[in-house]
Design a protein around this ligand. Sequence first.
Ligand SMILES: [Zn+2]
Length: 460
Amino acid sequence: MARLGHHTLRFPTTTHVYTYYTGYDDCKLLNIHTSTPEQREQIQGFIEETEADVWQSTRELTTVVVCPFSDFLLLRKLNDSGIRFDVVVANLQTRFDSDYSGSVLAQASASVHRGGESVFMKLLCKYFSVHCESPEPPKKKTEIVPNIDIVGKFASHAQIGHWLSQISARHSHISSLENIGTSYEGRNMTIIKIGKPRTDGANKPIIWIDAGVHAREWISTAVSISTINTLLTKSETDRRVATMLEKFDWYILPVANPDGYYFSRNGHRFWRKTRRPQFPCFGVDMNRNFDINFGGAGSSASKCSEVYRGTKAFSEPEAANMRNVLTRHKDRIRGVVSLHSYGQLLLLPYSFTSTKPPDYLDLERLANVTAEAIERVNGRRYGYGTAPDLLYPTSGSSIDWAKMKLGIKYTLGIELPPHTATASRLGFAVSEREIAPSAEEVFAALSAMSAHIDSPLGRT
Ligand SMILES: [Zn+2]
C-alpha cells in the first residue's frame, strides 16, 4: 500500500490548508510498446484519464510513471486493450532509495514526495471545497551557500548564483551577469554573457542557451555550468573556445525554472513544472506556455496535468522573463539552444505540427553536423528530427516561438542521454558521473553548430 508519510489535514476557519505528503512508494515505471497509430492514440487517452506522468514517448515506446491509486486503472486498461507493456520498476521509491543512498541525490530522495496531486486528495479537496496549498515554505530565498566548485555536481540554485558571481568576476574582461527577472517564488533568473569584445566595439551575434526549463532535468543545468566553465577557463588555451568567443556572444541561463528546481531538490525529485498554485494542483509546463499555437496538441488545459499550459501564453513569470530577454536581443540572436533530458536527441522545429519550416533542409544540415560532432566524442549517436516525427507534438514550446515569432533561424532542443529509461537507468535521475561525458558532447555540439552558423552555408 502507498505510504502516506506525514499526512495532516487542517480546516481552519479562514483558510483551509492541507499538508499531504506521499513518497513514490508503489509508483510504477512502465514501458508501453506501441506498433500502430491506433495504439498510440489509445495510450494517449489512457494517460489523460489516469494523469500518468509521461517520461518519454516515441512511436514505439512510451515510458510513464503511475502511482496509486490510478495505477490500478491504467494497468487494467492496458490489460484489457492487449497492448504490450513491461513493469520496469515496480516500486520507484525502493529503487530510488537503493540507487542513491549516500549520494548527493539522497538528500533529494530521502523523503521523495509527491505534492498535492493525488486523486484521493483532489476528491477530498473538492468535496470539502477546501483550498489546497503546498506544504512547502513557498518563498524560501535564503540558503547557506558553501563555497564549492560546482562543476560536475548537481548544485543548488543558490550555489549556482554564488558560483556565477565568482567566476564572472574572475573573467570580467569576457563575461558579465544579468538578472532577467524573478520566478513566482521570488528567485533570481540570472544569465551569464560570455564573449570577447570586438576591437571596433561593434555588437556581435548571440547564441542563447537555456537549461532547467523542466525542474527534474538536473543534468541540463549541470551541463550548462560545465559549458560556462569551459568557455571561461579555456578562452586562452583552447583554439575552439577562442573562436567561439571571438565569433559570438554566448548568453546562458542555467536555471530557467528555479522554483521547480528547488522543489525537485527538496523532496520531489521528479517534479517537472513551475510552482505557482493552480488549484487544486501546482505549476505550469513552461515549455507549453510560449505564444505559439498556444493550447494546441500536446498541451493540456487540466491543471493537474504534467503538460498543463497555463491560463494564457506567458502567464508564468519564468516564461515571460525568457520572452523579454530573447525579444530584446532578437536581431542579434543567431541560434537558440534549449537543453533538456532525456532521449539523446536533437529536436528541430516545428514541434506542434508535422508541417516542416520552409528552411528545414538548412536545419537538418545543422543537426547533421552537430550529431556527427557529438558522436566523435564518446561514440554516442543522437538522433535528430522534429518532435512530432520522433516523439509527440508539443504546442507552446520555446524553440517554435523563437523561430516563428522572433524569426531566429536556428532553434534547437537537445535531449541529453540516456536514450531510454530502463530498469538500470531512471532517465531523469542520472548520476553525477554522467555530467562530464554529456557536457563534452554538448561542448562539441556548440562548437560545431556555431562554426556552421558562421559559415557561408549557415548564413543563407
Ligand atoms: Zn524537458
